[in-house]
Design a protein around this ligand. Structure first.
Ligand code: FAD
Ligand code: 2HG
Ligand code: ZN
Length: 472
């Protein structure tokens, strides 16, 4: 028997033969969401418990076979699919979905890594609590993947990234040991905070099997407004006003440039996009713990002041939950509309909010100089200084050829500009394999050295998602 066959036998014994997939169509696990790369797995292994994960990791370690942890496979940077060698195991957490404990007094929920984000939101809501992490991929992405990438999303302006929502983790280490750090404590200064090493580590240090997450009381009302603004400067001005008028009630602030919205109209004509001629639109949310009437009055005051100041040209406030959902749906449809439009280049960047308008003005001009006709699809989480500063091939050009010939140079231009503005080349999607080599040019040697030291200390065999995020 070859060594791979021996390993597969042992894996079948550990998790059950039906949960070691080697044949048939494995594209759901082998192909990334953006269809940038198709890998080939030795097997897709689907353990049902933390102990089974630990056994799988131990067996792979003994066989020297590397592991790619995978949740919903919605990642944007090709980090959750295997390479093309046919020698890596995809360790899917999909069967570990349980909400283990909801501690109402402690305002925490302990949940398994494979739980789909939307299922967790729903379970918490049923119990009368808000789990605020919110992404357009929430119907498929998992809490383990959210932690693995330190996902952001649309509520960060108020509740922070996934990291800020996490109080404890359970992890299977690269050696196959179980670390139970599901404390749920808000204060614990007993040495290095290991939790923070695993959050955002993209499966390169160990497998997250469960987490204890923060909960919040459900607001009495959540109101959504959609505003037309004359410029990005005006959008930033509106953000300042929104912080002032709504304070902690400001739970979402997203910006969308006109062309990004036009793609939604083009590919999803059933959606009614307001203010299609405005240079930019903003969708903003006010969560209120008093009443809907109070939230409405606050919003009216804000929008009145913004119109007086000239930073809002026109605005609608949703009258019902259905209308609010429809307005958010417009924003959330942009990545899908972009995918329909064709292969594209994504830049998930962050810059200080105050510098965003200048960044866009300067970088847009540089791009049009060097890549005439490139279509900028600019939108994102302005409240967090995070833009999806994406690029679609010029009209009529073949997207595949454009990417092949221009992507590297375009990335270099945008990331050089990000550096000039003191920003980050990955605000929320992570590094994966798509940005691994770029990381080496945009992080200091000291930072890279510390990252490598952590990786080699925790995963000396380099079996956890090797070649992703950082090369050792
Ligand atoms: P996967 O894609 O399966 O994995 C992502 C990474 O985490 C991989 O490196 C993987 O190895 C690792 N990983 C997965 N599970 C574990 C685990 N249990 N233990 C250790 N490592 C693990 N992202 C945002 O941040 N904000 C957004 O607003 C946003 N919107 C999106 C909208 C759409 C339409 C799509 C398709 C994606 C969007 N994303 C967004 C990206 C993506 O959904 C997030 O990165 C999400 O957190 C990935 O979760 P997942 O379960 O799909 O993880
Ligand atoms: C979003 O905010 C996601 O919609 C996806 O992070 C961004 O597709 C993108 O570039
Ligand atoms: Zn985003």
């Amino acid at each position: 028997m070859n060594p791979f066959d021996t390993l597969l036998e042992s894996l079948r014994a550990a998790v059950g033969a039906t949960h070691v997939l080697t044949e048939g169509d494995l594209s759901a696990w082998e192909q990334d969401w953006r269809k940038r790369e198709r890998g080939k797995a030795l097997a897709v292994v689907r353990p049902a418990s933390t102990n089974e994960v630990a056994q799988v990791v131990k067996l792979c370690g003994q066989a020297g076979v590397s592991i790619v942890p995978q949740g919903g496979n919605t990642g944007m940077v090709v980090g959750s699919t295997p390479d093309a060698s046919g020698t890596q195991i995809v360790l899917s957490l999909q069967r570990m979905q349980q909400v283990r404990v909801l501690d109402a007094a402690n305002l925490t929920v302990t949940v398994e890594a494979g739980c789909v984000l939307q299922s967790l939101q729903d379970a918490c809501e049923k119990a009368g609590f808000l789990f605020p992490l919110s992404l357009a991929s929430e119907g498929s992405c998992t809490i383990g993947g959210n932690l693995g990438t330190n996902a952001g999303g649309t509520q960060v302006v108020r509740y922070g990234n996934t990291r800020e929502l996490c109080l404890g983790l359970e992890v299977v280490t690269a050696q196959g040991e179980v670390w139970n750090g599901l404390s749920g404590l808000r204060k614990d200064n007993t040495g290095y905070d290991l939790r923070h090493l695993f959050i955002g580590s993209e499966g390169t240090l160990g497998v997250i099997t469960a987490a204890t997450m923060r909960l919040y009381p459900l607001p009495a009302a959540q109101l959504t407004a959609f505003a037309a603004v004359p410029s990005l400067e005006a959008a930033v001005e509106l953000l300042g006003l929104a912080h002032r008028f709504l304070n902690a009630g400001l739970t979402g602030f997203e910006v969308m440039e006109k062309f990004a919205l036009s793609l939604v109209t083009k590919h999803f004509p059933q959606q009614r996009v307001p203010f299609q001629d405005a240079p930019y639109c903003v969708v903003l949310e006010n969560s209120d713990h008093e009443s809907e009437a109070h939230a409405r009055t606050q919003f009216e005051r804000l929008l009145e002041a913004a119109m007086e100041q000239g930073c809002v040209q026109d605005a609608v406030v949703a009258e019902s939950m259905a209308q609010a959902k429809a307005l958010w749906h417009i924003r959330e449809s942009i990545p899908l509309a972009q995918a329909q439009e064709g292969l594209n280049i994504k830049h998930d960047i962050s810059v200080a909010v105050s510098r965003i308008p200048e960044f866009v003005r300067v970088t847009d001009a540089l791009i049009q100089q060097s890549f005439p006709g490139a279509r900028m699809v600019n939108y994102g989480h302005l409240g967090d200084g995070n833009l999806h500063y994406n690029v679609q091939a010029p009209l009529g050009a073949d997207a595949q050829t454009f990417l092949k010939e221009q992507e590297a140079a375009l990335n270099a231009l945008v990331y050089a500009s990000v550096d000039q503005f003191g920003g980050s080349i990955s605000a929320e999607h992570g590094i994966g394999s798509l940005k691994r080599d770029k990381l080496e040019h945009h992080k200091s040697p000291v930072a890279l050295q510390m990252m490598r030291a952590i990786k080699t200390a925790l995963d000396p065999q380099n079996l956890m998602n090797p070649g992703r995020m950082i090369r050792v």
